[in-house]
Design a binder for this molecule. Structure first.
Ligand code: GAR
Length: 214
């Protein structure tokens, strides 16, 4: 399913955001891109949002912001590689002026899928993720509860390059928050998420500046 409201007049550097849910990080990035004039400053525009889940809140938010949305459900594929190959094809065909063109940057924003080595190597160097822990601590799921259970005094989030190994890859940015007495996973997640919304757009700008020729 494709819903296109965007006017993508062939920006030189396309950014595609992948989501699986509410998409609050995606919204923070789209908002920052407009507010801070990423097209004029860095030649970069968010041209598409892809979700592997149907009818998630993030899709409606992206449409309201005028960004083209696409749904590709992993449930329609027999295995992980088949889904990833279809996802690669969808992402690369979204440039109206140059189909089969790899975007400048793929941003995973709450995209809850483990990606195959084929996908990761196809976008090597241009694939970022945000993970809700201070990596290398607490890879995987339930990061906030695990940090509380371990008696950690601080938690946070990490923006990192994606490699074939889950939640590894070079770190671009980290945000730290305190863990307060009485915190549960939900209250800690909310505190961390506020910082994610600030950090992720800044980390993307840092990447755009460092990869100006991409
Ligand atoms: C964010 O906290 C993000 O760090 C996390 O999912 C949430 C998505 O929220 N990502 C992961 O856990 C990836 N392993 P959002 O949909 O509101 O941006």
């Amino acid at each position: 399913m494709t819903h296109s409201t965007a006017s993508t007049n062939g920006p030189s550097r396309r950014i595609i955001i992948l989501i699986s849910g509410g998409g609050s990080n995606m919204q923070a990035i789209v908002k920052a891109a407009k507010r801070d004039h990423w097209q004029a400053r860095y030649g970069a525009t968010v041209t598409g949002v892809v979700s592997n889940q149907r009818e998630v809140g993030g899709l409606a938010c992206a449409q309201e912001a005028g960004v083209a949305t696409h749904v590709l459900s992993h449930r329609d594929f027999t295995d992980r590689l088949a889904f990833d190959l279809a996802l690669m094809s969808l992402i690369d065909q979204q440039d109206p002026q140059s189909p089969n063109h790899v975007p400048a940057l793929i941003v995973l924003a709450g995209f809850m899928r483990i990606l195959t080595p084929a996908f990761v190597s196809h976008y090597a160097g241009r694939l970022l993720n945000i993970h809700p822990s201070l990596l290398p601590a607490f890879t995987g799921l339930h990061t906030h509860q695990r940090a509380i259970d371990m008696g950690c005094k601080f938690a946070g989030a990490t923006v990192h390059h994606v490699t074939a190994e889950l939640d590894h890859g070079d770190i671009l940015a980290q945000a730290v928050v305190p863990i307060l007495a009485g915190d549960d996973a939900a209250s800690l997640a909310a505190r961390v998420l506020t910082q994610e919304h600030l950090m992720y757009p800044q980390a993307i700008v840092k990447w755009l500046q460092a990869n100006a020729s991409t």
